[in-house]
Design a protein around this ligand. Structure first.
Ligand code: BV8
Length: 244
């Protein structure tokens, strides 16, 4: 995979970069991507069917167990070379990372990421929407809120729910101000995350897509690096001399 000299010259500069990360960034950590076929007990479900407030109200125990299964996978996972490369990059240049991932792995790699779809490790009260600590929770499947007896729920943004205002504001600002937008490991199917690339392009940014597969926005890319994030990002940081 060649890194074009003009791409390296662009990224060597000090202009702001927006990185939009998706589930492919965590694939090398062993966290299944969102649309790859689910395994075992979950094979018969599509994530979009489970990741909604309606599904939770309809079948709280099944949806809660899905999140317990995913949390266990994520707790066993480690950040991979792609996460570490982004953290290194962020230490050398003005790089804003907007992650669609709820796995917290970018933070565990020491990076600073806007969690556009929330964080699976956090619990909220289903009714009051406030964050629940372990002391606020009564165990169960699903657990309940000690204050109002409503179900606890994972601190993620479900389909049909609004992106947290602050995350949306910060992400849009980064998209409007960036000189280059880098989309890594996302199928670009989920709105409004996928609109950030178009916002950046409208603002005149160059577009780099890092994904072994084609996506609906691949044709808009100025640079397509068709390989895994865990291969491309460390190579990129190395070529830019950011590892020193
Ligand atoms: C909203 C948290 C409004 C939950 C997630 C019809 C058309 C268009 C849009 C809609 C529609 N109907 C409804 C909508 C809107 C909807 C939406 O976009 N639906 C989709 C399915 C069409 N969006 C919403 O509902 C959003 N909210 O619009 O609100 C509103 C406004 C005001 C008031 C009320 C409401 C909320 C969306 C958030 C959903 N929550 N996650 C959870 O995790 O349980 S999204 C979920 O998808 C994950 O967060 C995931 O990150 C995200 C995006 O998926 P990807 O990250 O791209 O993952 P995917 O598996 O798809 O792709 C992985 C890619 O990696 C692949 O391309 C693969 O090739 C690549 N890859 C694999 N290995 C590697 C790799 N790349 C690099 N390296 C590798 N090694």
């Amino acid at each position: 995979m060649q890194l074009a000299p003009d791409l390296l010259a662009r990224l060597a500069g000090r202009e702001p970069v927006l990185v939009l990360a998706g589930a492919g960034l965590s694939a090398a950590s062993g966290v299944p991507t969102f649309r790859a076929a689910q395994t075992g007990l979950w094979a018969k479900f599509r994530p979009e069917e489970l990741a909604t407030a309606e599904a939770y109200q309809r079948d709280p125990k099944t949806v809660w167990q899905w999140y317990v299964w995913r949390r266990e996978l994520i707790q066993k996972a480690q950040p991979n070379a792609a996460h570490h490369a982004l953290t290194t990059w962020q230490k050398q240049r003005p790089v804003t990372i907007v992650t669609q991932n709820v796995d917290g792995l970018q933070a565990r790699a020491g990076g600073d990421a806007i969690e556009f779809h929330g964080n699976i490790e956090r619990n909220l009260c289903f009714d009051e929407h406030r964050v629940l600590t372990d002391d606020d929770i009564i165990a169960g499947e699903p657990p309940t809120c000690r204050h109002c007896n409503a179900y606890a729920r994972p601190g993620v943004v479900w389909f049909g729910e609004a992106i947290p205002e602050y995350a949306l504001l910060q992400a849009n600002q980064a998209a409007e101000q960036c000189h280059t937008v880098v989309s890594v490991g996302t199928s670009s199917l989920v709105y409004p995350a996928n609109a950030l690339v178009e916002t950046a392009l409208r603002a005149g940014a160059a577009f780099v897509e890092i994904n072994p597969e084609q996506t609906p926005v691949s044709s808009l890319a100025d640079y397509r690096l068709a390989a895994g994030a865990e291969e491309v990002l460390p190579r990129l940081i190395e070529a830019l001399g950011f590892n020193e």
